[in-house]
Ligand binder design. Structure first.
Ligand SMILES: Nc1nc2c(ncn2[C@@H]2O[C@H](COP(=O)(O)OP(=O)(O)OP(=O)(O)O)[C@@H](O)[C@H]2O)c(=O)[nH]1
Ligand SMILES: [Mg+2]
Length: 446
């Protein structure tokens, strides 16, 4: 996603940033390049025009032309405009009620857009956040739809409400809500049927379901590969049913990204989630600022940390927490952390999110970030891993030799680890600090 666009942007921005003087002509030329890049990425024309006009107007103001670092100032304006084009801040939050009421999330969209998959992914995400989630099977059109959702529900360990042989999805939805309320579920996610094209029957069905169960969230699921067409369909759903947010599925596909950048601009409804794969974990919150930095080739360190945190196996995290509190966290545990980092969706996915973006090859990351530290720890004996205090100069020399690194690399790792352990002890009981902690563990390049 966004690869070609991101390439063009980072080339352009690199050529501008660091310039001590920028002329109006520089800016007009840059705007021309940006315009073509956006159109090539299949962004809606109206949206492109608005973006270009607003950015150019601001960029040609005093602030940029007379700034100390005009290039940087210009990049910031483009970035800020991109963030608001993608939805601005805070728009991605789901509007759900507190734990003692049942909130309803309605999934809607065309056939094959990813509704059922997203419903289950969302169920997993929300239950991991501590919500009590129930799914409801209201796609009674496609023969295997209920079974498909049942399989996914089992996979994410969330109960499913379905009625065998039912014909009326409105009734099923109503019954599901009643059941969810009785069972004190705080969240009900309702899957519905999709049609090949927009048709009145589909719309009428969704409208009826919506008015029967009054969902807090009406999520329009759109296949990112449909490009600009997604905008037209979203508009239709917005007019007939009203949407509260958009989910772009198949964001992992090789598309140009136009839909992501057009929907907010045309329909005025924020993209809240993106589907980034077929696995149940592959649903991410759509953060406009992070996506903007990805598009502009500025990397995405924050979402990297978050991803790391989610992949963090919960059971292991608990154990780790205990160890941390007792200061028993050792180099062996650290090694395990390093290893689990490679499971987070592959180095390649990671690489895209690092600053410098796509230009980092798999090799670079392996070598620089992970392999060296791993090699160093692997060259230690088990007692050294358990108790790093015994690693004196002679042992350091041996470890450096064994891991093909320098003495200073070994010392640096030990120092870093020591600092980490001290911090861990302090923050072991504070969940909020876990993201920062992961950064310390080597997710963020130093
Ligand atoms: N790669 C990738 N595939 C996805 C994603 N989301 C869904 N899919 C796949 O897209 C296909 C269709 O997804 P479904 O969830 O069944 O779509 P649906 O909207 O429920 O389809 P209908 O019920 O037939 O209308 C499935 O093969 C999914 O595995 C995604 O984010 N990435
Ligand atoms: Mg479905």
């Amino acid at each position: 996603m966004f690869e070609s666009l991101s390439q063009k942007f980072s080339n352009l921005l690199r050529s501008l940033s660091g310039k001590s003087k920028i002329s109006e002509k520089n800016i007009s030329d840059a705007m021309e390049v940006i315009k073509t890049a956006l159109i090539d990425a299949d962004v809606n024309l109206r949206v492109v025009r608005r973006f270009i006009n607003q950015t150019a107007e601001e960029a040609k103001g005093e602030k940029v032309l007379n700034a100390v670092d005009p290039g940087q100032q210009f990049v910031k304006i483009v970035y800020d405009k991109m963030v608001s084009l993608l939805g601005g801040e805070g728009s991605q939050n789901l509007e759900l009620k507190g734990p003692d009421v049942t909130s309803v999330i309605l999934m809607m969209g065309l056939q094959g857009s990813g509704k059922t998959t997203t419903a289950a992914k969302l169920a997993l995400k929300l239950s991991r956040q501590g919500r009590r989630v129930m799914l409801a099977a209201c796609d009674l059109v496609r023969p295997a739809a209920v079974l498909q959702l049942q399989i996914l529900a089992d996979q994410v360990k969330v109960p499913l409400y379905s009625e065998e042989g039912a014909k009326d999805p409105v009734k099923v939805a109503r019954n599901a809500l009643e059941k969810a309320r009785k069972g004190q579920y705080d969240t009900l996610i309702v899957d519905t049927s999709g049609r090949m094209h927009l048709d009145d029957q589909l719309m009428a069905e969704i409208v009826n379901i919506a008015s029967a169960i009054k969902p807090e969230e009406k999520l329009f699921v759109s296949d990112a590969m449909t490009g600009q067409n997604a905008v037209i369909i979203a508009q239709e759903f917005e007019q007939k049913v009203g949407i509260t947010g958009v989910v772009l599925s198949k964001f992992d596909s090789d598309t140009r990204g136009g839909a992501a950048m057009s929907i907010m601009g045309v329909v005025g409804k924020p993209v809240k989630f993106i589907g980034v794969g077929e696995k149940m974990e592959d649903l991410e919150i759509f953060y406009p600022d992070r996506i903007a930095s990805r598009i502009l080739g500025m990397g995405d360190v924050v979402s990297l940390v978050e991803k790391a945190q989610e992949t963090f196996d919960q059971e292991k995290a608990l154990k780790l927490q205990e160890k941390m509190a007792k200061s028993a966290f050792d180099l062996g545990d650290y090694l395990e952390q390093l290893e689990s980092m490679t499971k987070m969706g592959g180095i390649e996915k990671l690489a895209q999110m690092l600053p410098g973006g796509a230009s980092i090859s798999e090799d670079d990351i392996d070598k620089k970030e992970l392999l060296q530290e791993k090699a160093i720890i692997q060259s230690m004996t088990f007692s050294e891993r358990k108790n790093s205090y015994i690693i004196g100069p002679a042992r350091r020399k041996r470890i450096a030799k064994g891991s093909g690194t320098n003495l200073s690399d070994v010392s640096r790792l030990l120092k870093k680890f020591e600092k980490l352990r001290l911090q861990m002890k302090k923050i072991a009981k504070n969940k909020k600090y876990q993201a920062a902690l992961l950064q310390q563990m080597g997710v963020k390049p130093e």
